[in-house]
Ligand binder design. Structure first.
Ligand SMILES: [Fe+2]
Ligand SMILES: [Fe+2]
Length: 190
């Protein structure tokens, strides 16, 4: 499916704010793809589709996840919004004809990350955080600088901030988010 067509679908189902966010992620993913040697079309598709299941309510997310045989973790039962990523991967395949597993994984893991991500997965995870429509927060400049220079350091920086932010707010943390942070810290190259 052409990227223009995917944009039209996203515009039709997402709120204006989330659609603009998705366009921003698409654009940043394209740039990061150029810089880090990933097919820019794959990066763009991962970017525009990454939140394609984020318009569902919590109960819809749970019932859709069950329908698609997604393993629902304890964290996801408590915080069904987490499921929009895994379900988005399934939707990308079924509703938007994406058969590239790397693109599907970049959607599935865009919220938590995971150990040993592919370059494309890293790019979508990072682009989701740094895209230009994000509410300005002090750490964005540093996160953007890292994203253009060192994807692994950008992941450490963003995942650390995200974990602290969730802890401060008393929100549910998916254990995979912690695994991501630990993995990239332990595999740091100096
Ligand atoms: Fe998301
Ligand atoms: Fe997003």
């Amino acid at each position: 499916m052409e990227i223009e067509q995917l944009r039209k679908y996203m515009k039709a189902i997402l709120s204006e704010k989330r659609y603009n966010h998705s366009l921003g992620v698409e654009e940043v993913a394209y740039d990061l793809g150029l810089i880090h040697g990933v097919d820019t079309m794959k990066a763009s598709i991962g970017g525009i589709l990454h939140d394609c299941a984020k318009y569902l309510t919590e109960s819809e997310l749970l019932s859709e996840a069950t329908k698609y045989n997604i393993d629902i973790s304890e964290a996801e039962v408590k915080s069904p919004q987490l499921l929009h990523a895994k379900l988005g991967g399934e939707y990308a395949r079924e509703k938007y004809g994406i058969d590239d597993q790397d693109i599907i994984n970049s959607i599935k893991y865009h919220t938590t990350g995971r150990p040993s991500m592919s370059t494309l997965e890293k790019i979508v995870y990072i682009a989701d955080f740094i895209e230009p429509n994000r509410k300005p927060i002090p750490i964005l400049d540093k996160a953007r600088e890292l994203a253009y220079n060192d994807l692994n350091e950008a992941i450490i920086y963003i995942s650390y901030y995200t974990l602290q932010h969730l802890k401060d707010k008393g929100r549910i943390i998916d254990p995979l988010s912690e695994e991501t942070y630990k993995y990239y810290v332990n595999n740091r190259k100096f």
